[in-house]
Design a protein around this ligand. Structure first.
Ligand code: NCD
Length: 329
């Protein structure tokens, strides 16, 4: 299995076999969360710090559950409770945390590139849990796992990503990974929210919802990121909803077996109609379930797998009693 990354900073430039290795490992971990006792000893004695400088419900909880299911100790730090309030820089905070010898640091930060900066200063693995408008690699990986689980493949699919592309780290990470794995990616939204330079990354751009979703295998809706919008990118929320809210009527233009994704949190009635979010094509809750497996896989690959003495085949993790006796070398 190919996995050579020291950190997970983004999916830009990560080769197809490495992405597939993460997805295969995540698929093998899903079963642990279905057990009565949802815990394996894989990361016992390891410490994972969740350093969150932005609000988060799903992602922070998902990382914490993932670490706990692998028996790691977790520490959650939110910006409002950290020394940032006393003027400490991000790099200094991280250096101090590293001096306490964690085995991985999960970082969410409002500035694009914050995780890359930390990776230059620290030696323990950094996992990007969303940096500004740049990348959100674990979200894209859980999206890929969900698509692969429902449709059996990624290559050859047409994926329409709809909404606030400009401010979306989810869209960027998905664009990189979906293109690497051979999908066609359509970016759909009002011209002010679909940056033309993304065409250079292999995306098709659409400014009409009907054209964008026609015959799509997958529709991924994005939240309008009001907190990141310094200017007016569309006249009113009502007008945005009128043209870009995913309704049942718009869904009928896609392939009959279409699946509908949304990273959450949802703005019901703005970017997605409730009938669609809760309807038969929605796989939004599967995304949340898969998020735990993807984060378990990444913590495992980045922490345990890099250390020969801890190495276990993922198959063996499904049955903790079947520990391999020989080292992997
Ligand atoms: C996304 C994020 O924070 O980037 N949400 C998430 O991680 N579940 C998308 C969003 O906030 O719209």
């Amino acid at each position: 299995m190919a996995f050579t990354q020291r950190h997970l900073l983004g999916l830009e430039g990560v080769p197809a076999d490495e992405i597939t290795a993460i997805l295969d490992t995540a698929a093998s971990f899903k079963e642990i969360s279905e057990r009565d006792i949802k815990k394996v000893p894989t990361l016992r004695g390891k410490t994972v710090i969740n350093l969150f400088y932005e609000v988060s419900t799903r992602t922070r909880t998902s990382f914490e559950i993932a670490a706990k299911r692998l028996s790691a100790d977790t520490i959650n730090i939110s910006a409002s409770a950290s020394s940032t309030c006393k003027g400490e820089t991000l790099a200094d905070t991280a250096r101090n945390l590293e001096a306490m010898r964690p085995d991985a640091i999960v970082v969410r930060h409002p500035s694009s590139g914050a995780c890359h900066l930390l990776a230059r200063h620290l030696s323990c693995p950094i996992l990007n849990a969303g940096d500004g408008c740049h990348e959100h690699p674990t979200q894209a990986l859980l999206d890929l796992l969900t698509i692969r689980g429902h449709l059996g493949r990624i290559a050859g699919l047409t994926v329409a990503i709809v909404g606030d592309i400009l401010h979306s780290r989810v869209a960027r990470s998905n664009l990189h990974a979906l293109r690497t794995l051979g999908a066609t990616v359509r970016l759909v939204g009002p011209p002010t929210l679909v940056p033309p330079e993304l065409r250079a990354l292999g995306a098709e751009l659409h400014t009409r919802l009907d054209e964008g979703v026609r015959d799509a295998d997958v529709i991924m809706m994005l939240r309008i990121q009001r907190e990141r919008q310094g200017a007016n990118f569309f006249p009113t929320l009502d007008e945005y909803a009128q043209y870009f809210c995913l309704t049942e009527e718009a869904v009928r233009l896609a392939k009959p077996q279409v699946i509908i994704l949304h990273p959450g949190p949802l703005n019901r009635g703005l970017e997605i109609a409730s009938a669609v979010a809760d309807g038969p094509y929605s796989v939004i809750m599967d995304q949340v379930t898969n998020g735990v497996a993807v984060r378990m896989a990444l913590l495992y690959l980045l922490i345990a797998r890099s250390k020969a003495e801890d190495a276990l085949e993922p198959e063996a993790l499904a049955e903790p009693s079947r520990r391999r006796t020989g080292g992997r070398g």
